[in-house]
Ligand binder design. Sequence first.
Ligand SMILES: [Zn+2]
Length: 214
Amino acid sequence: MTIHHHPSNETLATYAAGTLDLGRRLVVASHLDRCDACRKAVRGFEQVAGTMLEDLPPTTMSADALARTLARIDGLGADESRRASFREDFEPGLPACLRRYELGRWRWIGPGVEMRSIVVPGANDVRVFLLKGAPGTRLPQHSHSGTELTLILDGAYAHEGGRFGAGDFEEADESVEHRPIVSDDEACICLVALEGRLKLSGFMGALLNPFVRL
Ligand SMILES: [Zn+2]
């Protein structure tokens, strides 16, 4: 798998620091599963953070501080994957770190487009879901009221910003308005963490906005 689009350094650094919210953390962790370069980058950020800690004057730590810190660093790593129990409704090809979460049913949200919510307790105002576009589907033109992280699990789409295939990662925010088109040869399945709301625009948006609560 050749990956062309990666999370920004800022996102990777926030992930490494353990300060990224759970919803977005799951999407970044799913990309790391498939991307050696970003795993290396995260390790680098963790080492820098560790060196900075070493430079600080010693302070008294509580007895369980080390265990708590290690548990936090582990986060969604291999340990969590091992604990994950196999679910019957598990989507083929879904990243291991998502196996412990409950999936909703696939539901129709527009011509050629279906979504399946992932129940992530504690994700607060960030929603995590799978989005599936049929081959050749032109997704509604949209902008965002917050940030949107997308990992392509299967298939591909393209828009003004380039082509995004399996393993690629896309970050969008308020400044981005795009209209992805799913490639003709196969359906595209994405994992999305969405903060705020998608604002659909154009003719399709006018049609779909009353129905789609994304
Ligand atoms: Zn990467």
